[in-house]
Design a protein around this ligand. Structure first.
Ligand code: ZN
Length: 250
């Protein structure tokens, strides 16, 4: 699933359309059914913003389009009139450019969910130190790996960056958040923010634990462990040898 850094890259792709009035169509029937194209057709795009894993396109008149890509959704931007194989959910044309949204699966004018999100970890104005008290709002018995992915507390982190950040901070995803020290939480947040922002800028992330189950830890040599965590059962990767905390959840 795309994490916050991917959405920031998509936002940067779409920014050349900002300030222009767009022509909007929905070639795909499921896209058409959202009513989004009809609502934004002819409006000027005023801003594009990534908030956590959501992309917000703000149009004149207070109309906001929200896109969440989940696993299969994509945005592409190219010259207007490019040949396409298949039918995108949404096509926005302006200034000789064409932005296409493929496979939804979330394309809506309802941005209410975004108002319930925590601060975007990658935003310029976000201070990781201010996020530590937010993580403390979670039930102290919840595993740290879950808490770091709770988009209501801090937005943008998924299971890849969670696994990597907690390895970098030497704490286990299974450590109850109430037992994590402030400096450990801050180290994980600062590391994730720096690496995700570097990824937005085009740096390819080096993965040290994610999808490395069974391979030796680069720090201590123990095998990397992997186990589903949380309601979504998304896989957490960690090293029991050098990351502080329980070996795994109960
Ligand atoms: Zn290790």
């Amino acid at each position: 699933m795309p994490e916050g850094d991917s959405l920031h890259r998509v936002a940067a792709l779409l920014r050349p359309l900002v300030g222009l009035s767009v022509t909007a169509t929905s070639p795909h029937p499921r896209g058409l059914a959202t009513g989004v194209a009809a609502a934004v057709d002819g409006l000027r795009l005023e801003g594009v913003e990534a908030v956590g894993k959501h992309l917000l396109l703000r149009f004149e008149g207070g109309v906001t389009l929200r896109s969440h890509l989940r696993l299969g959704g994509r945005w592409r931007v190219g010259p207007s009139g490019s040949t396409r194989a298949g039918r995108p959910w949404l096509v926005l044309r302006a200034g000789g450019l064409e932005a296409t949204q493929w496979n939804g699966p979330v394309l809506t004018l309802d941005d209410g969910i975004v108002r319930g999100l925590g601060p975007d970890l990658l935003a310029d104005a976000t201070d990781p130190a201010a996020l530590v008290p937010r993580l403390r709002r979670a039930d102290p018995t919840r595993p740290l790996g879950e808490v770091l992915q709770d988009q209501r507390l801090v937005a943008g982190v998924g299971n890849m960056w969670m696994s990597e950040a907690l390895w970098a901070a030497s704490v286990s995803p299974w450590l109850p958040v109430g037992e994590a020290r402030d400096d450990e939480l801050l180290a994980a947040l600062q590391w994730a923010r720096a690496e995700m922002r570097a990824a937005v800028a085009g740096q390819r992330p080096g993965r040290l634990v994610y999808r490395r189950a069974g391979r030796p830890c680069r720090r201590c040599g123990d095998p990397i462990a992997a186990r589903g965590q949380g309601d979504g059962n998304r896989i957490a990767y960690w090293c029991a040898g050098c990351q502080r905390g329980p070996v795994s959840g109960t």
